[in-house]
Each structure stands twice: as structure tokens, then as C-alpha cells.
Design a protein around this ligand. Structure first.
Ligand SMILES: Nc1ncnc2c1ncn2[C@@H]1O[C@H](COP(=O)(O)OP(=O)(O)OP(=O)(O)O)[C@@H](O)[C@H]1O
Ligand SMILES: [Mg+2]
Length: 513
């Protein structure tokens, strides 16, 4: 076939105790987007790491434009025209956006300042061409996760690539940003280029992919045409079974106490007069566009950001919450959206990550305690289907999605009455998502109260008893689950125009209750 761009033959790769890939093949044609899908731990990232020279395959071969290639280092991959956007960011937080993009490729002549100026100009040109909204001079460490993702994308597109590999590029993006990325990809693919696209968001596959290759447990399952294959068929190929598609949450609790109330909460940078109530046994969804202030609400509640006006009541008592540790002692847990940096000890094993911070719960001393802890960790590994050879495996060696499940397991084990989940299923495969939904529903029916922040509207609708919609740091309104649909949430999420000023503390239309 002469429109073949990249060919992967019979590739295998093992790590100690794990066969990550067994005889996997795929091909990418010119001018196409090949989606690569599979459950957490299926081997997607590993295959891409082989293609980009990070790991060496145990066996198998690659061809690019009909010629055999060996990819021995990331640098060599780049020279061959293979660029990758990793699932984990590879950015230097202390450098600027432009410095990160051109690291190792800075213009040589002139003094340092001059180079920086030239670098910034070059970056600005690149952003204009690929239509990405970024300031070349911002320090990367100050950017939101979404903006950091944009830097990664710009960095990959700054090389003249033939094959562009994107490992979950949209996991941290909202709907508008996803649409913008898809546009960039459509502009990128051409007679001489192709894209490999990894995503857990099934809606994207119809949207962007030409064909889909499915992996399961390190093995090749099939490659199908994206346009003519129903998504539910792709999902069954991934998980090896049919999933139920129950669409709405369990009934809302009736007449239970308010456990958490925010009244006119403002912060210096973002929030303005945010009020809402959370009841026992309730799942309260927070919807809104990226930058609407949802994460900031969570941060204000747990004392990660300082409140400049307004108050917070926990179980009917007004509380000053200076920091997340104080929040935890009041029974409020926060699973942050930036789990990699705040939630996981990469060098500790799975068991320790799950159970160490809940050690007090395991009664008895020494050995017994250790045993109970291991048993509980093992149980959660089973419930969440965390793919690991054992609970003693260092967290670093787990796939991205499985690392996230470990952090979720840790929070499920902690004894909190109020749990705030920020993007709990980002990067989690479709099968495991359902299991997490079931778990959240169970926690709610046991009387725990949950705030669930998510950029995926179907997920918000699937889980929340009520939905608070935020827009530009304020509450734009709230909806019960029966009233809510994607349209009216989006309408509320874009309610305030840039200069439509509502006085802080004023009750916006739609109410907060
Ligand atoms: N460096 C490593 N050491 C040991 N095991 C590893 C290593 N890297 C990956 N694995 C294992 O290989 C398997 C495949 O992992 P991989 O990261 O390729 O999965 P994935 O399909 O990308 O999953 P996800 O959707 O969660 O990102 C997993 O069982 C993982 O734990
Ligand atoms: Mg991965």
C-alpha cells in the first residue's frame, strides 16, 4: 500500500513482572488520524514510547515511508520526524513558555537577552500560525494545566514532524479548547504527515479519527473504520464486554442537613460572591468553562487560597479554614485536579500510596496493622481494577490512568464526610469510569456529601443531584438534575459577558439553591 506512512510490526515489550506489549502491530497512513484506544494499562503509552525512542522494544520492527527505522533515542525520533506529546508533561516550570518550546534549540549568536527576545518572537509566530492563545513570556509553572498542555502541543508542532503522536492531549481541556485542538490537527495532517491520537474520550473518536486501533491487555485487538463503527462496538472491543449505559444518578436525598455552606465567598484573583449549599448524601456538580473558577471554589473551601470576603459553614458552624490540613481535620477531603504533583508519591508503592495517610484507621499495632492495610489496599485495587502486578509495585511504574486510580483509592479510604473531587475521571478509561461513578453513588447513599467538578457535561449530568454552574468566578445559577441538560448548562456557563458587571454578593438570575 503506497499511502503507508508508518508501520509497526510484531512489537513486544516487557517490564519486570509485566508484559506490556505482545506482538502488537499497527499502521498509519498519510493524511490520517489513527486513534489508539484501550483500557488503562493496555499498553498505549508504552507503544508510543517505543516509537519515540524512550524505551527499546524487546522484539519487532518499524518502517517509516517504506524504510526500516531504528529509534534509539528521543533525539533520533525527532530527526526522523516523529514527535510526541506525552501524557505526563515534560516542561520546566521555572522557564518561560518560549524557552520551554525551544529548549536546546535556542538561537546561538548574540547575548542572552537578545536571544530571549528572538525566541519570544519566534514563539509568537508559531502560536499565530497554529492559532494557540499563549504568552511566550509567561513562566510555565504559573500556567493552568490546560495552558501547560497547550505549551506541550506547541512544542511538538514546532518541529517539522511527519508523525505526530498525542498521548491524551485533551485530558485537561474543556470543550472549546478541544474543538480548537481538533482544528489544529486537521490543519496538520497532510499528504506527508499523519497523527496517532490516544484518548479515553470516546466522543472524540468520531470527531477526529479516520481509523481506530484497539489494544487490550498488551495485545492487538482490531483496527476499524472510525466513521462506520458505532462507539459502543469500539468500547466492547476495549473492555471485552458490554457496558450498561445508565444515564442518571440515584434519587436525590430528601430533607437532609446542610453540611457545607458557602456564603458570598470571594478571593483576590478569581471568585466573587460565591454562595451554595451542600446537603448530606448529595452529589453537587460544578460545571463551567475552563477558567470559570470551579477549582478555585474547591481551593477556597479547603483553605488553599485565602478568602477575602464571605464565610464558610461546616455542619452549621462558621469555620476559618487556613489550610488543607485544617480542612481535613474538619472532615473535608480534596482530590485535586493536579494529582500527579499533589497526590502521588511516585517512589512509594501502591499500598503505601493508598493506605499510609489513613494509617490511624487500622486498629491494632505493628504487624497486624500492616496486614490490615495491605488487605484494604488490595481490596481497592480490585474494586477500581488498578492494573499492577502487586500492591508492592512502585507507583512510578503504573500507567497514567492507573496512577490516578491509586490517588482516588487513597481518598476513598480516608474518613471524610465531605469529599471534593476535581476532574475525578480525567484519563480514566470508560470501564473504570463507570466503576468510579458507582463508588461515588455508594458513598452518597452512605450519607457522605460530594462536590464533583468536571469539564465533561455528560459526566456531570450522569452523577449530580444538583448542578452549580459557574461563569467568570461567579455562580451563574443552579439546576436540579431533572431540569438540567447540556444546552441550559452551556447557556448559563456563558451567561456573563466580559463587561456585564454583577455586584459581588448579588443573587444572579437562577438563584443558588
Ligand atoms: N517503566 C515501567 N516499569 C514497569 N511497568 C511499566 C512501566 N511502564 C509501563 N508499565 C506497565 O505496562 C503496562 C502498560 O502501561 P501503559 O502506560 O502503556 O498503559 P496505557 O495504555 O498508556 O494506560 P493509560 O490509559 O492508563 O495511560 C501497565 O501494566 C504498566 O503498569
Ligand atoms: Mg498512557
Amino acid at each position: 500500500m503506497d499511502n503507508l506512512l508508518l508501520n509497526v510490526h510484531n512489537v513486544s515489550k516487557s517490564f519486570p513482572g509485566v508484559k506490556a506489549l505482545a506482538d502488537v502491530g499497527l499502521d498509519v497512513r498519510h493524511n490520517e488520524v489513527l486513534a489508539l484506544v484501550g483500557e488503562n494499562g493496555a499498553g498505549k503509552s508504552t507503544l508510543m514510547k517505543l516509537l519515540s525512542g524512550i524505551h527499546a522494544p524487546d522484539s519487532g520492527s518499524f518502517e517509516l515511508d517504506g524504510r526500516p527505522i531504528q529509534v534509539q533515542s528521543p533525539k533520533q525520533a525527532q530527526e526522523l520526524g516523529i514527535s510526541i506529546i506525552h501524557q505526563e508533561f515534560n516542561l520546566m516550570p521555572d522557564l518561560t513558555v518560549a524557552q520551554n518550546i525551544y529548549i536546546g534549540r535556542e538561537p546561538r549568536s548574540g547575548n542572552f537577552l537578545l536571544n530571549d527576545r528572538r525566541l519570544n518572537a519566534r514563539a509568537a509566530e508559531l502560536f499565530a500560525r497554529i492559532r494557540i492563545d499563549l504568552d511566550p513570556k509567561s513562566k510555565v509553572g504559573d500556567l493552568t494545566v490546560a495552558k501547560q498542555q497547550m505549551v506541550e502541543i506547541a512544542k511538538a508542532l514546532s518541529h517539522d514532524s511527519k508523525v505526530l503522536i498525542m498521548d491524551e492531549p485533551t485530558a485537561a481541556l474543556n470543550e472549546a479548547e478541544v474543538a480548537a485542538l481538533h482544528e489544529i490537527i486537521r490543519n496538520f495532517k497532510s499528504e506527508s504527515t499523519g497523527v496517532i491520537y490516544i484518548s479515553h474520550r470516546m466522543d472524540e473518536i468520531n470527531e477526529i479519527a479516520d481509523r481506530v486501533t484497539v489494544l487490550r491487555d498488551g495485545g492487538y485487538v482490531d483496527t476499524v473504520d472510525a466513521g462506520s463503527t458505532p462507539i459502543r462496538d469500539v468500547i466492547s472491543m476495549m473492555v471485552g464486554r458490554r457496558l450498561s449505559t445508565e444515564q442518571r444518578p440515584d434519587p436525590a436525598p430528601a430533607g437532609t442537613d446542610v453540611v457545607l455552606a458557602a456564603d458570598g465567598v470571594s478571593t483576590r484573583d478569581m471568585l466573587s460572591g460565591v454562595s451554595f449549599e451542600l446537603r448530606a448524601g448529595e452529589i453537587l456538580g460544578f460545571a463551567g468553562l475552563m477558567g470559570a473558577g470551579r477549582t478555585e471554589v474547591a481551593r477556597a473551601i479547603v483553605g488553599a487560597d485565602r478568602i477575602t470576603a464571605g464565610s464558610i459553614e461546616v455542619h452549621g458552624r462558621q469555620q476559618k479554614i487556613p489550610n488543607p490540613a485544617a480542612a481535613a481535620s474538619l472532615g473535608i477531603g480534596y482530590l485535586s485536579e493536579d494529582r500527579k504533583h499533589l497526590g502521588l508519591l511516585l517512589d512509594r508503592n501502591v499500598k503505601e500510596n493508598i493506605a499510609l495517610s489513613s494509617l490511624g484507621r487500622f486498629s491494632g499495632g505493628g504487624f497486624m496493622k500492616g496486614k490490615a492495610m495491605a488487605a484494604k489496599a488490595q481490596e481497592l485495587v480490585g474494586t477500581l481494577r488498578i492494573k499492577t502486578p502487586s500492591v508492592n509495585q512502585p507507583a512510578r511504574n503504573l500507567s497514567g490512568g492507573n496512577q490516578q486510580k491509586v490517588v482516588i483509592a487513597k481518598w476513598l479510604l480516608k474518613d471524610c464526610d465531605i469529599l471534593i473531587f476535581d476532574e475525578p475521571t480525567r484519563g480514566i478509561d470508560v470501564g473504570a469510569k463507570e466503576e468510579i461513578y458507582t463508588l461515588l453513588n455508594e458513598l452518597a447513599s452512605q450519607g457522605k456529601s460530594i462536590i464533583m467538578i468536571s469539564s465533561e457535561l455528560p459526566e456531570v449530568l450522569r452523577l449530580s443531584h444538583r448542578i452549580v454552574v459557574m461563569c467568570e468566578g461567579r455562580v451563574a445559577g443552579s439546576l436540579s438534575n431533572d431540569e438540567a441538560d447540556q444546552e441550559n448548562i452551556m447557556e448559563m456557563a456563558t451567561r456573563f459577558g466580559a463587561d456585564d458587571v454583577v455586584p459581588a454578593g448579588a443573587e444572579p438570575a437562577g438563584g443558588t439553591q
